[in-house]
Design a protein around this ligand. Structure first.
Ligand code: FDA
Length: 307
């Protein structure tokens, strides 16, 4: 029951100001967002990749209100890519981007987001890696898929995310499961109405399996974005049935969640990519993590009371 309330708060400016300013927030935030600057995050990338994991890097930020912020987002990713070049990790370190941070919701936002994200995709390709377009709320997805298609004309390895909770996603998966595509399947983290999305966990889980089957049986490269132990076991079975080798799909999990499982899957020979977020505009990302697991909220509230 708490999840939807927290997700509503994740879009409230008043709550943003309150929670961002509370001194007790920081230690809880650090669990999920292990740095604010590129300088903070480079040792984290070294540590994770040194353990045999791969990373996808997210400079946190979304729902910007001015075109200059979109330019700043582009520059933040370009700075990161500059540092990744020195680390010579190639596709072991890729980028995840939210188009709302690149101006998608502003007037003329579709073109603005495309113009700002293209140099990031280009720079990533120059260092032998790629970019995945995150999926935000359902109203943004037609634009996201159109930008994805446009980018793939020059950079076919550009990935995108699809969300199992949306009714539309099985069709999207069929369209996207073609040779050369890279598609991350997640359950979905936004507050969506019953007119477009399943609301019950068991329905979302069932949809996840149906869609994953489409991806596994298709010709693209599936990226399984979930921490759910049941879905991970099912994914391994679906991959086996589809005759996929270990390097023909990958698991992805968020930094700070089920870290032992990251290492276990990597030790089994799986490609395991850790979605690692950093930056100062962490509010929306952090609130979605609280909404996913009520225990996180209890921990957060306890730390506020005990101060
Ligand atoms: P589920 O929520 O059922 O969790 C399974 C288990 O994992 C829980 O029982 C718990 O042990 C653990 N767990 C999950 N979330 C936790 C948390 N926050 N804190 C502590 N433990 C937790 N969504 C989206 O809409 N657009 C996107 O682009 C992305 N991108 C993305 C990338 C990657 C790599 C991942 C893993 C996830 C996303 N998501 C996302 C988020 C996704 O939609 C979903 O909200 C979370 O992954 C939680 O769902 P699970 O599949 O983990 O299952």
């Amino acid at each position: 029951m708490l999840g939807p309330v927290i997700l509503a708060a994740s879009r409230s400016d008043r709550m943003r100001r309150l929670i961002s300013a509370a001194p007790v927030t920081k230690p809880v935030v650090d669990r999920f967002i292990p740095g604010e600057t590129v300088g903070d995050i480079v040792p984290v990338i070294r540590d994770l990749t040194g353990k045999g994991l791969e990373v996808t890097m997210d400079v946190v930020g979304e729902d910007i209100t001015a075109p200059e912020q979109a330019t700043a987002a582009r520059d933040a990713y370009l700075e990161l890519i500059g540092r990744l070049k020195e680390l010579e990790l190639g596709e072991r370190a890729e980028m995840s981007v939210k188009l709302s941070m690149f101006g998608q919701a502003l007037p003329g936002g579709h073109e603005l987001a495309l113009a700002n994200v293209r140099p990031v995709v280009e720079a990533a390709a120059e260092i032998g890696t790629t970019v995945t377009l995150d999926a935000e709320d359902h109203t943004t997805l037609d634009s996201m898929f159109a930008i994805h298609e446009e980018l793939r004309k020059d950079f076919p390895q550009t990935g995108c995310v699809i969300q199992a909770y949306l009714f539309r996603t099985e069709d999207d998966a069929r369209r996207l499961a073609a040779a050369g595509s890279r598609v991350r399947l997640v359950k979905g983290a936004y507050k969506e109405p019953a007119s477009v999305a399943y609301q019950q966990k068991h329905e979302i889980d069932k949809a996840y399996v149906r869609i994953l089957k489409v991806l596994m049986e298709g010709e693209g490269y599936p990226m399984i974005g979930s921490h759910d132990p049941r879905l991970i076991t099912i994914s391994q079975e679906l991959a086996r049935r589809a005759g996929r080798k270990l390097d023909e799909y990958e698991f992805q999990m968020l930094y700070g969640i089920r870290g032992d499982e990251h290492l276990r899957l990597a030790a089994e020979g799986h490609r395991m990519r850790v979605y690692t977020a950093y930056g100062t505009d962490w509010y929306g990302y952090f609130m979605r993590r609280l909404a996913e697991k009520p225990a996180n909220l209890q921990f957060f509230l306890r730390s506020m009371v005990s101060k």
